[in-house]
Design a protein around this ligand. Sequence first.
Ligand code: ZN
Ligand code: ZN
Length: 353
Amino acid sequence: MGYQVMRGVGTTGVVGLLTGAQRGERTVLLRFDMDALPIQEENEVPYRSQTAGVMHACGHDAHVAAGLGVAKLLVRHQAELPGTVKLMFQPAEEIIEGAEAMIADGVLEQPHVDVALGLHVSSMVPLGTAVVHSGPLLAGGDLFEIVVRGRGGHGAQPHETIDPVVVAGHIIVALQSIVSRNVNPEEMGVVTIGSIHAGQAGNVIADTVTMSGTIRSFNREVHLLLRRRIEELVTGVTAAFGAQADLTISMAVEPTINAPGPSAVVERVAGEILGVQQIDTMGRTMAGEDFSAVLARIPGNFFFLGAGNAALGLNHPHHSAHFDIDEACLPAGVAILCEAAVRCLRGEGESAR
Ligand SMILES: [Zn+2]
Ligand SMILES: [Zn+2]
């Protein structure tokens, strides 16, 4: 299309660079993630996944399509373009590695990026609308694992054992008090235990229980509070039952925080294209997104483009084997990104960012 293309950025990432004919000093980065998920697609459509066990269940294929649409439209207006546009086609979003890998390979430099924009289609948001938010849009989170060590034995002789299953039960209940009793009600947090494994037989008391979960929050104070209370409760409950526990907490993803200036630009443009009343400025979600790594370094905006259509059955949740979107959302997504990029190149939203 006339772009300067760099391949192999952050393993399989691709970067396209377009310098406008109107000299401008700014560079705007537009990011499109491209990865699929290890899910067997159950949709019976002509465009279903051709690879068994691998499916575009989050809509990142639509993001690549939007990115190529943006590339086409911008190059057609290269003569009027007041600066440089950098298109970032990113792998490995779902495992929260791709953005960091591309940053490590220099995607934010040469030329230095001034503003970063991105979108995510959403089957949960109606077609013709968008969620454009200033401030935290998506949560940051950690993954944690708890291994409770007791002393196993015969299921009929519990007094000879330290039953880790009973201890794990108390830990699970105690952890649910963190959000309800420790987090300020005006803030938000999530503590989820998603897996628990112990034992092989109903008449045997196990030696250990392994549980894993995730915590989510929109800011650092709540994040640190969740971490601290998990440690205290696991240690205290385990000690009370005479058992032991190993707790490991690992950082998963930072919160996705939109800057006021670029967010105002995207909100204005989205309102002009979709209609002001079609823009939801309050919506946000506890899911995570690795574009947060870019927005932690560069002011920008990440927004949700409505792609759901209940009348056509296109409203299954993301990561479902039935996930699909209404592709009629794509032209508006392309238009919003192109116009917002051009206005950011002109310096709109600069003072407020
Ligand atoms: Zn996803
Ligand atoms: Zn996604």
